[in-house]
Design a protein around this ligand. Structure first.
Ligand SMILES: *Cc1c(COP(=O)(O)O)cnc(C)c1O
Length: 374
């Protein structure tokens, strides 16, 4: 048995090389490398797939979040409520916009924001809620939108791990005021480099994002705001257009792999399997179990799996409120016990559309062995 990687991007490329390579060569031959018809075509197709009227492509998911917050005029003095159990970029974008991230704890079962605590954290300075659909699992957007509406807050969805996920029949990124996507290679829709996008139903927000991604300019050499340079390359747009056609099937394959893991792993002692969402559809960007035993602990189990050639990942080992960079925000260990415990227990198993039955069985036996010895 060969080693099992956490994701297999080479294998994915090989399967669609005949669709991807020619469109890249077309862009190379076209001489239009930044902006232009290929980027515009991708924006239109991606908006359609999400179910919004607008999509503005940019350089990364991090930039998508930053541009969305800036377009909503969120900045110094404003608070944005988000999760401490996410990738650093979520909070980083809030701080780069000049606002203050306000963390609240997560739910143990979904790893997503605990909405009861969200409501309690709202102050007169709160301007927006920033839910993260972590690991592809959709946040309960019905409840979150009701809270936002009651307090007149903007909602910026971090959909970086959830391209194609749904809540109550609606695609994430079309439910809040703004959706932010990442096309980092390991995301469900990944480019062959960096990329991101902002989706919205609001033409004014889209226009503001477009202006900000282009040095704060709508008209060339006329600058209305301090913007950034954050565009999607035409080569990446061409690749993403080719891959977008496969996304529904890939997400379906991930769902099948997740259901199979559930069957295989549910009987094992000392672990908790992630649950499929009841009100929506997950994209299973990660299949993340919890290792509940102290001996062997999660890190020991991970090392044992590695020794058997099975890769696993820890997303995330340290919650954002305890990161050295955010010590000035004044949070203390113990403040968000559910997030902190998750950081000790989570283990993301190999998950990608082409994961085979043989590989899933190998992960199962490997995990069983790794969990049994003390
Ligand atoms: C990947 C990711 C981002 C950032 O996306 P980049 O394209 O890498 O900048 C933001 N939030 C979450 C939850 C992510 O997983």
């Amino acid at each position: 048995m060969n080693n099992i990687p956490p994701v297999d991007l080479k294998q994915q490329y090989e399967a669609i090389a005949s669709e991807v390579a020619p469109v890249v060569l077309e862009v190379l031959a076209s001489g239009r490398y930044i902006g232009g018809p290929v980027v515009e075509a991708f924006e239109a197709e991606f908006a359609q797939s999400v179910g919004t009227s607008e999509c503005v492509a940019c350089n990364s998911g991090t930039d998508a979040l930053f541009l969305a917050l800036r377009a909503l005029d969120i900045g110094p003095g404003d608070e944005v409520i988000t999760s401490p159990f996410t990738f650093i970029a979520t909070a980083e974008a809030i701080i780069l916009a000049g606002a203050t991230p306000v963390f609240v704890d997560i739910e143990a079962q979904t790893f997503n924001l605990d909405l009861q605590q969200v409501e309690a954290a709202i102050t007169p300075r709160t301007r927006a809620l920033l839910p993260v659909h972590l690991f592809g699992q959709p946040v309960d957007m019905t409840r979150l939108m009701a809270i936002a509406q009651a307090h007149q807050l903007a909602v910026v969805e971090d959909c970086a791990q959830a391209t194609g996920a749904e809540w109550a029949g609606q695609t994430v990124g079309s439910i809040g005021h703004v959706g932010c996507f990442s096309f980092f290679p390991t995301k469900n829709l990944g480019a062959c480099g960096d990329g991101g996008a902002v989706t919205t139903h609001d033409p004014a927000i889209a226009a503001a994002v477009r202006m900000l991604r282009e040095h704060g300019s709508k008209e060339r050499y006329l600058h209305e705001a301090v913007g950034v340079n954050s565009r999607l390359d035409a080569i990446q747009a061409a690749i993403l257009r080719a891959k977008l056609k496969h996304l529904p099937a890939w997400n379906q394959q991930r769902r099948q792999r997740a259901a199979r893991y559930h069957e295989l792993l549910q009987p094992l002692p000392h672990i908790t399997c992630p649950q499929a969402p009841t009100g929506g559809v997950s994209t299973w960007n990660q299949y993340t179990i919890r290792v509940k035993s102290q001996s062997p602990d999660r890190d020991t189990v991970r090392n044992r799996l590695q020794a058997k050639g099975i890769s696993s990942m820890v997303y995330y080992p340290l919650p954002l409120h305890l990161q050295p960079v955010y010590q000035n925000l004044g949070y203390q260990p113990g403040q968000f016990p559910v997030a902190e415990q998750a950081c000790q227990e989570v283990l993301s198993l190999p998950m990608f559309p082409d994961l085979t039955e043989e590989q899933q069985l190998a992960v199962t036996y490997g995990l069983k062995d790794s969990l049994t010895l003390a």
